[in-house]
Structures are given as structure tokens and as C-alpha cells.
Design a protein. Structure first.
Length: 258
């Protein structure tokens, strides 16, 4: 269980899924990642595809956390009803954002997540609500993305609103760097120092910090800061980069023969 692993303070690493086909989840799961993010914000994954991807993740034994495309409570609840291990919400900038997310993603008394009934999360109506709500509290991850100057400036407000209901504060370095005026300059000192300051502030409040690492080197550096929830690359990038390398290898091998 991913939430249990995080509670033990062990570092975990995962990757992103944007290709809306269950075989991709199965292949990624067999590679040895700790979890996957299913990306509905930037990818073409709709509800029907999400259903199949979550099924593939469950069958493959890999936790699947869904990045919903915004702060819409209906989408948050739907992903959890489909059986996702958790949700990650982009572009969180205020305490009110967090309160809205908790209302949508936690059952009473922490929130007011819609009681669907007859869905995967409640065994298609076979499990009593108390069992479903206790399991959700124990297993479901709520993660919020900190990825703008505004979020950094209002971090204390975001933390105060989060209480114990938000499990991971996930730094988005690409959007954060853009917000700082240095888009995608991942080695820029300003970005590095901002990430360090965010991490220190979050850890001082006992929070689990997450981030996307552009390279393994960055990931190790982040882990040394105390960041424990790390993502790297994504399915389509892995496919494209490996295809490019293989094609170059074959072009070189067949030089002068075709």
C-alpha cells in the first residue's frame, strides 16, 4: 500500500502514463516502478480509458494515482470511485483550493466526498459504508501540486487548510520554473533554492514532499533534501527516446548496406 510506505518515510519512485491503453500500464508495472501517475491533465485519458487503466494497475499490482485535470470535485470523486489509489490535483494556490479538494476527496468527518454506491470502490454495493470510508481514509492518497510563485507565497495558508487530510505536497518544477521566469531551466540556482526552501518548510510541518525529477541526478539530489515521493519521465517519452536510440543504432550498423 503506497500510503503505508510513505508513512514509513521510505522513498518511492514512479512514472507517468499518458497513453490510454492498459498494456502500457502492464508493461510499466513489470519494469519495477513503485507507482504510476495516470495523467488526465495533459494526456488524452478519458473516463472510460481511466477505468481500464486502473483495472490494469490493480491486476498488475501497482498503485495508480490519478492526476485529475483541475480542481473539479466531481472528477476527484470519480477517480476514487473507480478504485484509484489516490488523486493528485494540479495548480493549487490557496487554502480555499485545499478545503474544496478535501471536501471532494474525503468522506465525513474530514470531507463530504459523494457516496456513489455500486462502484468499484465499494465492491459494487456489497460493502458497508463504514468499511468503505475507513478503507478510503487508510488507503487513499490526496496530493496537491505546488507549482507557482503564488502557491509558494501562500504555502502557510495551504498548509493550515490541509490539516492531516493532504498526504503529499508535490512540487511541479516545470511550471514552478516558468512562474519564476526561468522556464524549464532545471539547473538554475533560483529554482534549486526555491525547491529547497519549499521542502524545508513542508518538512518542518511534518509533511511528505513529492517532486518530478528531470534526471536521476536531480532525483538523488531531491531525495537528499528529504523528498520522498519522486516521479520521473513518462510512457511516451520512454517509448520515443528508446525508439530514437534503437533507430540510430540500426542506421549506424547498416551504414553503406542500404
Amino acid at each position: 500500500m503506497l500510503k503505508e510506505t510513505l508513512a514509513s518515510k521510505n522513498a518511492v519512485f514512479g512514472t507517468w502514463i499518458r497513453i490510454p491503453h492498459p498494456m502500457v500500464v502492464e508493461a510499466i508495472a513489470s519494469a519495477g516502478f513503485d507507482f504510476v501517475h495516470l495523467d488526465q491533465e495533459h494526456g488524452p485519458i478519458g473516463t472510460a480509458e481511466l477505468d481500464q487503466l486502473i483495472l490494469a494497475a490493480k491486476a498488475s499490482g501497482i498503485p495508480a494515482v490519478v492526476r485529475v485535470p483541475g480542481k473539479d470535485g466531481t472528477r476527484i470523486g470519480r477517480a476514487l470511485d473507480l478504485g484509484a489509489e489516490g488523486v493528485i490535483i494540479p495548480h493549487v494556490t490557496s487554502g480555499e483550493d485545499v478545503r474544496s479538494i478535501i471536501r471532494a476527496g474525503r468522506f465525513h468527518p474530514s470531507g463530504m466526498r459523494g457516496v456513489a454506491g455500486g462502484c468499484r470502490a465499494d465492491g459494487y454495493g456489497t460493502l458497508p459504508f463504514v468499511e468503505v470510508s475507513e478503507a478510503a481514509e487508510r488507503r487513499s492518497i490526496l496530493a496537491v501540486q505546488i507549482e507557482s510563485k503564488e502557491a509558494v507565497e501562500r504555502l502557510d495558508e495551504i498548509l493550515d487548510a490541509s490539516g492531516d487530510s493532504v498526504d503529499v505536497f508535490y512540487i511541479g518544477p516545470a511550471d514552478l520554473s516558468q512562474s519564476l521566469g526561468i522556464p524549464c531551466q532545471f539547473d538554475h540556482p533560483l529554482l534549486g533554492e526555491t525547491i529547497r526552501q519549499i521542502t524545508e518548510r513542508l518538512r518542518a510541518r511534518g509533511k511528505t514532499v513529492g517532486i518530478h525529477a528531470p534526471t536521476v541526478t536531480h532525483g538523488v539530489e531531491y531525495a537528499k533534501m528529504g523528498i520522498r515521493y519522486i516521479t520521473c519521465s513518462m510512457d511516451i517519452v520512454l517509448l520515443a527516446s528508446r525508439a530514437e536510440a534503437l533507430a540510430a543504432e540500426w542506421r549506424e550498423a547498416l551504414k553503406g548496406l542500404r
